[in-house]
Write a protein that binds this ligand. Structure first.
Ligand code: SF4
Ligand code: SF4
Length: 244
């Protein structure tokens, strides 16, 4: 695989306008969700089969009230744990494009509820969602139909503040590290979210949990190891079933 593409999401520039969320819906022709006023700007409340991009909005009370905006989406992991599980359960349900690195859920392959549960649990960012009756999964495709033609993803094209960026991985990493160095001078806790493991890199300037429970992976290596161990012991389990 080439180095592929990446996103850089600079949360210090995000105003929670939700333009990216709308553009994603519009370009990908996702059905709308019924929303209600729950006392939060975050609407709908969660990602779903039809909502692939969600601007999360947290209000944290301290000496004063602070707002944290987090445009959530699939991170297009370099070695996607979701695909690792799907390959052993529903071959072809998740594919990875060799040129861009985009991780794509195949809308033609059905997944059993029990297999979907394992796929979702494998994702360190809690992204996979499934259609309640059709049994097919849905999430961000990196606007594959646009990016393969050299266009920007719809969310990036729409963002009016420069919070959303997209391009060659090497250039995006340079941009992210340059901005991190600038922000470190202002916010001592400034950090990039798992930049070596994923293609959607966020700049955060405070405790990641204040943005979103799954903003940063706790331990991606641990998850991959856990899956590898499970596979290693699977043959013995199967053998026990045969001879037991
Ligand atoms: S963020 Fe989750 S759904 Fe997206 S590629 Fe990584 S493991 Fe798969
Ligand atoms: S379009 Fe840009 S500024 Fe608006 S919510 Fe999305 S990332 Fe934030």
């Amino acid at each position: 695989m080439t180095e592929g593409k990446s996103f850089f999401i600079d949360t210090t520039k995000c105003t929670a306008c939700r333009g990216c969320q709308m553009a994603c819906k519009q370009w990908n022709q996702r059905a709308t969700e019924k929303t209600i006023n729950r006392g939060s700007h975050q609407n709908p409340p969660e990602l779903s089969f039809n909502t692939w991009k969600l601007v999360r909005f947290s209000e944290i009370e301290g000496e004063s009230v602070a707002w944290y905006f987090f445009p959530d989406q699939c991170r297009h992991c370099m070695s996607p744990p979701c695909k690792e599980v799907a390959d052993g359960k529903a071959k072809g349900a998740i594919i990875q494009d060799e040129n861009t690195g985009a991780v794509i859920f195949n809308p033609k392959i059905k997944v059993k509820p029990t297999d979907f549960k394992e796929i979702r649990e494998a994702c360190p960012y809690d992204i996979p969602r499934i259609h309640s009756t059709a049994g097919v999964m849905g999430k961000c495709t990196m606007c594959f139909d646009r990016t393969k033609e050299g266009m920007l993803p719809a969310c990036v094209k729409t963002c009016p503040t420069g919070a959303m960026n997209f391009g060659e991985r090497k250039e995006i990493l340079e941009k992210a590290n340059k901005r991190l160095a600038e922000m470190k001078g202002v916010y001592k806790d400034a950090m990039l979210s798992n930049p070596d493991d994923i293609r959607v890199i966020y700049l955060l300037v405070d405790d990641p949990k204040k943005y979103h429970k799954f903003a940063v992976a706790e331990n991606t290596i641990g998850i991959t190891r856990k899956m590898a161990l499970k596979r290693l012991f699977q043959p013995f389990k199967d053998l026990n079933q045969i001879v037991g």
